[in-house]
Design a protein around this ligand. Structure first.
Ligand code: ACO
Length: 311
């Protein structure tokens, strides 16, 4: 890079401006964004599986229509994110190949099973709630296409979070069996949701540089704390208990204190050893192979249209 290019980039970041696809950017900035946006896109796509599991078994037509719309939204989010990553020079095919080869990550959270209907509700409340907490600040991230993609995604995630809350409230106020099912789902999803924010700040290798570049606006621990503070009163309204005996208000800090997260579990999941890692990746690979004819047909059709327009 010439000094003027680097200086121009640094000045734009210092002025809290937005970097656009055609602007010069350091290689590291480009790589970090591709890594994060691809991982984010893959999470949306893999994230369709745990809930998709319940579409054919939703307890009513209304719940089924809501769930279908929600899972379809996740597919849309994946596509906006892949498009944002493509502006940085990596094709969607390449990203998918890297995902299928286990060389690009997706969120740890989607490696847990959804054995009951209450899991769908718990995912909406906790997983989508954690996602919004992490993603609202990303609407102000320094890379324009990523920041703009986040605006619509956050609006849709907020609908998802509310539908999860409403569904949990119905279960919690239902029969004793339904209440117990809701509580069991919260017991299983609470801690993994806290892990979504990533490792503690002192073990987060990418944080310092991503913050300096204006990609991250808050640290992993700051966002995790914000999420805990939001969830405690909501759990009270739901009549459900968060499974942490250390959870209590700390008037000095003006935050809730909470217990110790099992980071061994998190690292095992990142290594591919979570309860559903193998199943998630195998299903994704199979879906990709099954969709080959659709991609071929679409490409053929596009080529025909282009030839027709050219003639
Ligand atoms: N699941 C899987 N991997 C994770 C997770 C997680 N929950 N949290 C952190 N990691 C990985 C990081 O990707 C990084 O690995 P890498 O260097 O090989 O890419 C490593 O753990 C160390 O973490 P950090 O240094 O803290 O990484 P980073 O600065 O990228 O912060 C974070 C992680 C907060 C997840 C960030 O990437 C981010 O904000 N991503 C966008 C949001 C997102 O991906 N959401 C997906 C789930 S929500 C949904 O889709 C509904």
């Amino acid at each position: 890079a010439s000094t003027t290019e680097q200086d121009g980039f640094d000045a734009l970041i210092a002025a809290d401006g937005r970097i656009e696809p055609r602007d010069w950017m350091p290689d590291g900035y480009r790589k970090t964004l591709i890594r994060q946006i691809a991982q984010h896109g893959h999470s949306e796509i893999i994230g369709m599986q745990p809930e998709g599991n319940w579409i054919t078994r939703a307890p009513s037509l209304r719940r089924k229509a809501i769930l279908l719309a929600k899972v379809q939204d996740e597919a849309g989010h994946g596509l906006y994110l892949y498009s944002a990553a493509e502006t940085l020079g990596m094709s969607r095919e390449e990203m998918l190949d890297l995902l299928h080869a286990g060389r690009q990550k997706y969120s740890s959270i989607f490696n847990y099973p959804t054995p009951t209907w209450a899991d769908v509700a718990a995912i909406g409340w906790l997983v989508d709630g954690a996602a919004i907490t992490n993603q609202v600040p990303l609407t102000r991230c320094s890379y324009g296409p990523y920041a703009r993609a986040m605006v619509r995604i956050c609006k849709e995630e907020s609908f998802h979070q509310r539908q999860g809350f409403e569904s949990l409230l119905a279960l919690s106020n239902g029969t004793p069996e339904q209440h117990a099912m809701a509580q069991d789902a919260i017991d299983r999803w609470w801690w993994p949701s806290l892990m979504m924010f990533g490792p503690p700040d002192e073990n987060s290798p990418n944080s310092a540089q991503s913050s300096a570049w204006g990609i991250k606006r808050f640290s992993n621990d700051e966002l995790r704390q914000r999420f805990v503070d939001i969830c405690v009163p909501q759990a009270e309204t739901l009549g459900l208990t968060l499974p942490d005996t250390d959870l209590r208000w700390n008037a000095e800090r003006n935050h809730y204190d909470f217990g110790v997260i099992d980071w061994t579990e998190f690292h095992e999941i990142l290594k591919g050893n979570g309860p559903c890692n193998r199943q998630r990746v195998a299903t994704r690979r199979q879906a990709h192979a099954d969709g080959a004819w659709v991609r071929e047909a679409a490409a053929e059709y596009a080529a025909k249209q282009a030839a027709r327009e050219g003639s």
